[in-house]
Design a binder for this molecule. Structure first.
Ligand code: MN
Length: 354
């Protein structure tokens, strides 16, 4: 079933007359449009693509031939004549509560007398299960990520700063026609104990752990990847936490298959880390879905209600962080298959000592 059919099925079930897609991410997911200004209006019998002069040519090139009726509008807060396109001034219209601004909603209320419902839930739900084409594009992105990781291993050495490594990484991304899917985390030594460390000018030293967490946005889809490597050698406790995280990562991945709850999958790593005595040093979710956004459903966490299904793509990323000493995170991105997973990455998870 294609995206339009699935969305219309939801509209029928919920008695929604039209859906208005306005965010860059949902437009990209729904239509393939890579610009950042446009509106997609889906009714029960038509799909409209509304954008201004700047994006019209791009939209005509990127969108599936014949699928959308094009409407060219000046940039503005509302679409004149939308009641006519929908055919009922009192229609129920689905909108993106989580993405629209209060100002946009005020403009809607001034212009139209529609009733509104949120499409956030259904969009997230539909987006969790990837199409073969989306998975294929994610594989291409993952191959770029692995090439960059291999390259980074050749430039990491004492005296090189986190900013130096960031510059090198971003250069490689752009040369591969990709962009970062989020601000890369490159955290050496004590900075590696900060799960979301901000890049610093600190220079790498012998004995450091270095965590690199990065991904690319390539052909409209994101990738996410983390490895922790050691410089010159590794002290005993850091090696110990590395091995615990490694085991937690492997066993979590072995526990993934269709039908299992994301909460139970999350608990696999959490229990291994807690049983080893480091529960207090692992405080984030065990993974997340990836797609047009870097973080999306399903969520691996202690309070997740998601159930894993075939063709969902998610990360597995347990970690242990010892303040002032260093941290370890090992993150893969996997697709759920009929009886387990397929990992997007082949990079070793054994500790690399540079
Ligand atoms: Mn991640």
């Amino acid at each position: 079933m294609n995206k339009t059919t699935r969305l219309r099925q939801w509209m029928t079930e919920q008695t929604v007359d039209a859906v208005l897609i306005t965010s860059k991410e949902n437009m990209q997911w729904y239509s393939g449009f890579s610009g950042d200004t446009g509106w997609i209006l889906v009714t029960h019998d038509a799909e409209y693509f509304i954008t201004d002069f700047r994006y019209m040519e791009m939209a005509e090139k990127e969108l599936e031939q014949g699928r959308f009726c094009f409407v060219q509008e000046r940039t503005g807060g509302v679409i004149p004549g939308m009641e006519k396109l929908i055919g009922d001034p009192a229609a129920t219209v689905g909108i993106e509560y989580e993405k629209l601004t209060i100002r946009q909603k005020q403009a809607f209320d001034q212009e139209w007398g529609f009733a509104y419902v949120s499409i956030d839930g259904i969009m997230h739900e539909l987006r969790t299960v990837k199409t073969p084409d989306e998975i294929a594009r994610m594989r291409e992105g993952a191959a770029i990520v692995e090439e960059i990781f291999s390259h980074m291993l050749t430039v990491i050495r004492p005296g090189v700063s986190e900013y130096d490594l960031l510059a090198e990484m971003q250069y490689r991304m752009n040369k591969s026609e990709a962009r970062p899917s989020f601000d890369p985390i490159i955290a050496g030594g004590p900075n590696s104990s900060l799960p979301h460390a901000v890049i610093s000018a600190r220079k790498l030293q012998i004995g450091d752990f270095l965590t690199m967490d990065f991904g690319v946005l390539y052909k409209g889809v994101c990738t996410d990847f983390t490895r922790t490597v050691a410089l010159g050698g590794v002290e005993e406790e850091l090696e110990l936490i590395y091995n615990i995280v490694h085991k937690a990562n492997l066993e979590t991945e072995a526990g993934i298959r269709p039908g299992v709850s994301a909460k139970d999958v999350d608990a696999i790593a959490r229990n291994i880390i807690a049983d080893a005595g480091y529960g207090a040093y692992y405080g984030h979710g065990g993974g997340h879905g990836v797609g047009v956004e870097i973080h999306e459903a399903p969520w691996l966490s202690t309070n997740s209600t998601d159930v894993l299904q075939e063709n969902m793509v998610l990360t597995v990323e347990p970690g242990i962080y010892l303040p002032g000493k260093g941290g370890v995170r090992i993150e893969d991105m996997v697709v759920v298959t009929k009886d387990g997973i397929d990992n997007f990455y082949t990079a070793t998870k054994d500790l690399i000592i540079i």
